[in-house]
Write a protein that binds this ligand. Sequence first.
Ligand code: SF4
Length: 95
Amino acid sequence: MSARKMLAQFTTDQLLEEIVRRREDRKDIGDVQPCDECRHFKFWITSGEAPKDYNPCELGNRMRFHMAGDGEDPHSSIGYYRRVCVSRSPREGAT
Ligand code: SF4
């Protein structure tokens, strides 16, 4: 299938939404706090793999996930995060 035909499956709004999502994913996240420092973050401690729909946020908030890619600062590998969250509550001992 040609790229043109593949793109024709989506509306212009869907394509623009995807472009914005990708731009957000690539923004510098150096100053973003990871969710695993929040007391509402539930680590998967049961044996076996977590189900695909597992949400580590006990409040059910939607998070993003970032892992450093090629050419990125490996220290920017923060895992789950949410840029702005009114429910963020630092876990005791977290910075
Ligand atoms: S920062 Fe917000 S989204 Fe992240 S775990 Fe805490 S409450 Fe959930």
